[in-house]
Design a protein around this ligand. Sequence first.
Ligand code: CA
Ligand code: CA
Length: 375
Amino acid sequence: MYRTGTSLWVVTIAMLMVGIATVSSRAEQDPRPFESAAVASFNEPWAMAFLPDGSILVTEKSGRLIVVEQDGKKSAPIQGVPKVDYGGQGGLGDVIVHPNFTDNGVIYLSYVEAGSGDVRGAAVARAKLVYSSGSGTLTDLEVIWRQVPKVVGRGHFGHRMAFSPDGLLFISSGERQKFDPAQDMNQNLGKIIRLNDDGSVPSDNPFVDQGGVTAQIWSLGHRNPLGIAFDAEGRLWNQEMGPRGGDELNLVRRGANYGYPLVSNGDHYNGNPIPGHDTRPEFEAPKVWWTPVISPSGLIVYSGSLFPNWRGSAFIGGLSSEALIRIVLKDDTAREAERFSMGKRIREVEEGPGGALWILEDGSGGRMLKLTPPQ
Ligand SMILES: [Ca+2]
Ligand SMILES: [Ca+2]
């Protein structure tokens, strides 16, 4: 009886294992909806932006800005990039192109700027890119925004940028791992910032009457927002790294408070609990949140025609999750729809002309990959 029972269990377990193996090999055989081609590789690439002619601006964290052709041919490092304070999470950060680049040649760079003493903060500069046949320089460089105050440490700069459809410049500003600044209206840390393209403050900002850096603030209560993007309806989304747990995707509304550090769906790294978003409904709750975390970096809303099923979806790069994550946005809701394992930390996502999806791997030797539908 005992032996028969054991044999039955052995047979059952063996059948289960065959079943699992079958399911797993089926999953592996499922064709991915894209092919991936390596275009170029970099030293700690951080961001990219397409120029109107289809070439790509790429930043490397140590301070290099490079123009890359779609066949992978790289320019010499662009001259005139501001000196960056490189270390930890900081260095050269985001790059975006002015909506009227074709006429004015203006680009924007975010980077970490040293202060006097052991303090630093993110800054944004705009400059004209003068470029031809493999070499270029920045002219008329002007620093138009700075994190206030500069503080010690080398984390949570945020400093992603995006232009709204009506031509205003949005900057995500991290709370520099100092928690409380995200709720302090006398600092621009832990906020999303809204400026005119020259860095001046729009007269219809929500807190414009309060003056100072408060006037720059569009929304508050953010932790480390490493991606901001507008959807086809002109709505702003941001993702941000949670603490231990609680990574977020938020729909960003004018003047709203996203709760950090008073609420989070994660806890502090030292183990101290943080009340969940559901305890304080006056703070805007995330539309999607992740525990375990994905460690989001980069955000786009796809609008191309090459992947028709992806139109209107958001894409987030995953650092610790080593994944590309697709999120369906529908009205005021969002949900993770697909997660593609990429085997590397993904730092940046971009949509190219023609609708291919381009991504940057993180770190030394990080590759630029072009994703297109399978042939
Ligand atoms: Ca980008
Ligand atoms: Ca939040």
